[in-house]
Design a protein around this ligand. Structure first.
Ligand code: ADP
Ligand code: MG
Length: 619
């Protein structure tokens, strides 16, 4: 090791770029944030090949003078703060003065900028952080920055970029987030000359949600706006029958800045844990406003994370807001607290931790009690209340009863056809079916063992193996739907439309584009006998987008078969006829692997007679 020396600016910038500029979407984020800080009302984002080849941001903001334009490319040059005190109450996105020099150091960049009332603007060309050309040219008011060949001089970084579709997905997500927080700014995203997002200036976040995610999405969320002790929250919470397979639609904004926060994720997790089936995530779009003195945004170079001064207070406010949203949706009957006092142990049922419980209950007792009451009822027999949300585990027929809107029922098409079964009622081969427990487990006696069989996982295994076998033989046979079902795709999913149609066709689903971002489902694999077609198809599509580029095609196909099997299998809580039970057991023992589900969960738990004998001290 030699002498210590100060790094040159160019090297320092490249190091900073390592933190700030992770991928094309980070460039989009930094530049769009600068445009918003510059008071733009119109922002156009143009990208080529997932932003790898070109990213161009055009805004109509205040622009920069000749001197400022040159200065903006210097490290730690910012117009947004000037003293340490300013750091304590930041209300702009930027303040570190790092983004432009960092991006410039790892790309070929051109900046054209002009201030209002100026006759001439400035154009700067810069390559790998070295200024190549500065000229005065006439232009429009605002700034236009073009970043091409990102990471051309950092091959290690370039290698780590994902497929164009994945990088574009990140960009779409970021632009969507920015546009949600700023409905009064118009955003346009163009990818490879195609307009993907055209979000015109509008008045409300809800209108933005409609533009970005479609009517069906907007119809299935509940809006809530409320001031709490520490924060003011404006949130959109999805109904429990409109859930997703991942957290993609859980978005938090803090003072309009999109953030990632484990604290907030866990608040959502805790509130929805007992309401939603495992593996389903609610839609939560939450805009939180907080006094800037209450947070520290300077903890993450790209400012994705923030530190709250009083985490507990924020956690508690967010939780209360979610509970209110759930209550407002109408499927949890409100009860009068003055009449019915819920014993504290019932609160245990909603899985809130102790701290939170003491925090929340005194302030909003009726929310707490209605949720626990609801969950408590759900444990026993479902009450006969309209607007009651019927959990997935409930019997399909019950779900139908509760479903008031007939057109919705047709649309969601819950299939259930009775199979023709000619098996003997209680005995399958040398297996005796003894009992059913909790509408979930089947108890079977064999010569030396008692077997507990999970009806859902067993059916999942059966369907999965059949689909796989059909697939290997030739192709999966389809059945047409009497009433075609429509599914609305997200922007990123729509970009993969051809792939999606193609992959689904392989496994027996026939889809057809239907204008906009809607697809029609005409047919589904004949093996699917139950389940909600819309849910099955949209889960599979989510999965394709999630795994695209991560899994090879065969592996992905297999995962899709698993999802199809899982969603169309008998669910736990479904009541079955004796014949159905017998058939299930018979089919299960025909499978190659009756003991494990495709993801490794056990299907059968065994207890031997000798174990029992031992427990009763017979031996
Ligand atoms: P920061 O945003 O942290 O200040 P940046 O490197 O992102 O640092 O930008 C440096 C400066 O360049 C900003 O403080 C701002 O004065 C100016 N600037 C950057 N982008 C724009 C833009 N689109 N319009 C006007 N000024 C801009
Ligand atoms: Mg900035």
């Amino acid at each position: 090791m030699g002498k210590i020396r100060i790094l040159s600016d160019n090297i320092a910038n490249k190091i900073a770029a390592g933190e700030v500029v992770e991928r094309p979407s980070s460039v989009v984020k930094e530049l769009v944030e600068n445009s918003i800080d510059a008071e733009s009302t119109d922002i156009i984002i143009e990208v080529k090949n997932g932003g790898k080849d070109l990213i161009r941001i055009i805004d109509n903001g205040i622009g920069m003078s000749y001197d400022d334009a040159l200065l903006s490319l210097e490290r730690h040059a910012t117009s947004k703060i000037s003293s340490v005190r300013d750091l304590e109450s930041i209300n702009t996105f930027g303040f570190r003065g790092e983004a432009l020099p960092s991006i410039a150091s790892v790309s070929i960049m051109e900046m054209i900028t002009q201030q209002k009332d100026e006759l001439e603007g400035t154009r700067i060309k810069i390559e790998g952080g070295v200024i190549k050309d500065v000229t005065r040219i006439g232009s429009a008011t605002g700034t236009r920055i073009t970043v091409s060949n990102l990471f051309y001089n950092v091959p290690a970084r370039k290698k780590f970029l994902k497929s164009n579709a994945t990088e574009l997905d990140h960009i779409i997500k970021y632009v969507s987030w920015a546009s949600l927080a700023y409905p009064n700014i118009s955003f346009k995203l163009i990818s490879n000359d195609r307009v993907l997002i055209e979000a015109r200036k509008c008045n409300t976040v809800l209108e933005r949600i409609y533009t970005l995610y479609g009517k069906e999405f907007a119809d299935n969320i509940v809006e809530i706006e409320q001031e709490f002790e520490t924060v003011k929250i404006h949130a959109f919470v999805g109904k429990p029958n409109w859930t997703r397979t991942n957290r993609d639609y859980q978005m938090f904004f803090l003072n309009k800045r999109p953030i990632r926060s484990n604290l907030l994720n866990s608040a959502v997790g805790v509130v929805f844990k007992t309401i939603l089936p495992k593996g389903r995530y609610p839609i939560v779009i939450m805009l939180i406003e907080i006094d800037p003195n209450e947070i520290d945004v300077n903890v993450h170079p790209a400012k994705w994370e923030v530190r709250f001064r009083d985490e507990r207070a924020v956690y508690s406010d967010v939780t209360r807001c979610l509970l209110l949203a759930i209550q407002n949706q109408g499927y949890i009957p409100s009860i009068d607290v003055s009449v019915s006092n819920v014993p504290s142990q019932e609160i245990e049922n909603i899985g809130l931790d102790k701290e939170l419980r003491t925090d929340v209950s005194p302030r909003e007792p009726q929310i707490e009690s209605s949720v626990s009451k609801f969950l408590n009822r759900q444990r026993t027999t479902p009450p006969n209340i309209s607007h009651q949300y019927i959990p997935r585990e409930a019997k399909k027929t019950e779900r139908q009863h509760y479903n008031q809107d007939i057109s919705d029922l047709l649309e969601r098409q819950i299939i259930r056809q009775e199979k023709e079964i000619s098996t003997e009622m209680e005995t399958v081969g040398d297996i005796n079916i003894k009992a059913r427990l909790f509408n979930t487990y089947i108890v079977v006696e064999t010569e030396n063992d008692v077997l507990f069989i999970d009806q859902h996982i067993a059916d999942e295994r059966i369907i999965y193996e059949k689909l796989r076998e059909q697939m290997q033989k030739e192709s999966i046979p389809s059945q047409g739907l009497l009433l075609p079902v429509t599914v609305e795709l997200s922007l990123s999913q729509n970009e993969l439309l051809d792939t999606i149609i193609d992959m689904l066709k392989n496994i027996g689903f026939e889809l057809e584009p239907f204008g906009g971002r809607t697809v029609i489902v005409h047919s589904i694999p004949s093996l699917i006998q139950r389940g909600d077609v819309k849910q099955i198809v949209s889960d599979i599509i989510d999965q394709i987008l999630d795994s695209f580029g991560k899994l090879d095609r065969l592996k992905l196909q297999d995962e899709i078969l698993i999802t199809t099997a899982c969603r169309s299998a008998i669910q736990s809580g479904d009541s079955l006829t004796d014949a159905e039970v017998a058939n299930l057991i018979k089919e299960l023992f025909k499978t190659e692997q009756p003991y494990l589900c495709p993801h490794g969960r056990p299907i059968i738990v065994k207890m031997s007679k000798s174990e029992l004998d031992q427990k009763f001290q017979r031996k």
